[in-house]
Structure formats: structure tokens, C-alpha cells
Ligand binder design. Structure first.
Ligand SMILES: Nc1nc2[nH]c(S[C@@H](C(=O)O)c3ccccc3)nc2c(=O)[nH]1
Length: 281
């Protein structure tokens, strides 16, 4: 029985993979061209993702596009906090905030966020402290090699899987040193963050190896360049590939799958779950 404890005595049951719907409030979020930048349409999109089967909503205001400049804290707050407040006023769903900035984490938690989803694994100043001050909030530590601006220039590893595992081990030790209980931590190998095409497929093929930590795993492949480069497809033509990726990660033990296309992913996971557990009509 795998569950993640959340604020206000809620918990997230991870006995079957949960869908994390992406609520993008960045003007350049590559998948929807930033149409959800105005927070009222973001809230409509968010609530529709819940209807489609998402149990977690991931609200992010920083575009981590390779080559993207850093977003100022004020700007990120302006994008993210109103959306989290609106979602929280309309739903008791699980909300994660996709940020690396301590101040954004702090205000997002105040506004009702349950999970800190940090692509920089709490390495920015003050981030560990915020996580330590909010022991009921879960934390996703994602692996990234380098920084978004430069990470795709020449990603190199001694051994991809063991290098990522060593990173997780280091970050978990750092969390323990700061009094952060590892039982509230989710691990994510970070598809596309400092990985070549070959690295991304080696990662996908060996996703199950991260189960060795005994912690929930998050997989975020949706519409990523690992599909675009392999198939020569534009961002909005990567649905089939994204569904293949989601199914492969579910079969390899992923607990949370972060996607744009919630309804389609929910259907795929439903079919897979029926095959694994029989069907009760
Ligand atoms: N935990 C976790 N958080 C994440 N946030 C993202 S942003 C990424 C995207 O393609 O959505 C992205 C990259 C470049 C531009 C826009 C958006 N990806 C992940 C992930 O793979 N894991």
C-alpha cells in the first residue's frame, strides 16, 4: 500500500498510477502556446482536467524550455498564485506547484498547494528550508543535468542510470540533513532535462530501476522532444507517442504520470489496469 501524506490530513493513494494534469500558465508553454496565461481560462482548463480523470493538477509558471531565460520571482508569483487560489476555491484535488523558487513554494503552499514539484530538486537558495518548514507537504525531486538554458548543449554521463541514482542519493541525504522525512518524497528522472535522444530512451527502457529507492516515482514525458525528434512530429502531433510513453512507464512501475492529454491517458491506463487486475462489470 503506497500512499503519500498531504496537508489537512488528506493522502494520495498510489496503488494505481495517478494522472497529474499539466496546468500551464507560462506565456510560452510550448504545448498550448500560452492560451491559458490569463488565470480564469487556466482555472477552466484545470477543472476540465479533473473531469477527464486527473487527480493531481501541476501548476507551473516558469518555462523550463531549453535556452529559456530565467523568469523573475514576481512574474512567476503573478502567474501561479492566483491559479492555485482559484483551483483551491473550486476543488479539494491534489495541487502541485512546479517551481524551484523558495518564495513561490512558500506562497503556493499558503494558497493551498499540497506538493512541491521542483525540477531543480530543492537546490535553489531557501528551497530546502521551505520544505523543512512544511512537513505535511510532499516533494518531488527531479533530476536535471545543468540548467535549462544550457542543459541540452552536450549532455554527458559516465553511466546514465547510476549517475541519476547517485544524484537522488545525494539529494535524499541533503533532505534528511534538513529534517525532511524521505517518506514524503517522490523521485523523477527528468525526461528531457539534460538528456540526449539516446539518453531519454535508455531512461525510458530502464525506468523501473528507480524503484530501488522504495519511493513513489513520477514520469513526465508528455509531448516532449524525445518523441518529436524520433518521429519528426510537431508538439501537437505527439499524442500517440505520449500515450505509448505513459503506458510503458505505468508498466514499469510509475506512480504518477504527468501529462497534457488527461482523458486519453486515463483511457490507456484503464485498459492496462483491467488487463492487470481483471474487470468487475
Ligand atoms: N516533475 C516534473 N516536472 C516537470 N515540469 C516539466 S516542464 C517541461 C514539460 O515538458 O512539461 C517543459 C519544458 C520546456 C518548456 C516547457 C515545459 N517537465 C517535468 C517533468 O518531466 N517532471
Amino acid at each position: 500500500k503506497t500512499t503519500i501524506r498531504l496537508p489537512r490530513d488528506r493522502e494520495l493513494c498510489l496503488n494505481k498510477p495517478q494522472i497529474m494534469g499539466i496546468v500551464n500558465v507560462t506565456p510560452d508553454s510550448f504545448s498550448d502556446g500560452g492560451t491559458y496565461y490569463q488565470s480564469d481560462s487556466a482555472i477552466n482548463q484545470a477543472l476540465s482536467l479533473l473531469k477527464q480523470g486527473a487527480t493531481i493538477l501541476d501548476v507551473g509558471g516558469e518555462s523550463t524550455r531549453p535556452g529559456a531565460p530565467d523568469v523573475a520571482c514576481e512574474e512567476e508569483l503573478k502567474r501561479v498564485i492566483p491559479v492555485i487560489e482559484k483551483i483551491r476555491r473550486n476543488s479539494d484535488c491534489v495541487i502541485s506547484v512546479d517551481t524551484s523558487k523558495a518564495e513561490v513554494m512558500r506562497q503556493a503552499i499558503e494558497a493551498g498547494a499540497d506538493i512541491i514539484n521542483d525540477v531543480r530538486a530543492l537546490q535553489e537558495p531557501g528551497a530546502l528550508q521551505v520544505a523543512a518548514e512544511h512537513p505535511d507537504v510532499a516533494v518531488c525531486l527531479m533530476h536535471m543535468q545543468g540548467q535549462p538554458r544550457t542543459m541540452q548543449e552536450n549532455p554527458t554521463y559516465n553511466d546514465l542510470i547510476s549517475d541519476i541514482k547517485a544524484f537522488f542519493t545525494m539529494r535524499l541525504l541533503e533532505c534528511e540533513k534538513h529534517g525532511i522525512d524521505t517518506q514524503r518524497i517522490i523521485l523523477d528522472p527528468g525526461f528531457g532535462f539534460g538528456k540526449s535522444l539516446a539518453h531519454n530512451y535508455e531512461l525510458l527502457g530502464n525506468f523501473e530501476s528507480f524503484l530501488s529507492f522504495g519511493l513513489p516515482l513520477l514520469a513526465g514525458l508528455s509531448r516532449k522532444s524525445m518523441f518529436g525528434n524520433l518521429l519528426n512530429r510537431e508538439t501537437n502531433e505527439r499524442l500517440a507517442a505520449s500515450l505509448a510513453g505513459a503506458l510503458i512507464c505505468a508498466q514499469k512501475g510509475a506512480h504518477i504520470i504527468r501529462v497534457h492529454d488527461v482523458q486519453q491517458t486515463a483511457d490507456v491506463l484503464e485498459v492496462w489496469h483491467a488487463a492487470c487486475n481483471g474487470v468487475t462489470i
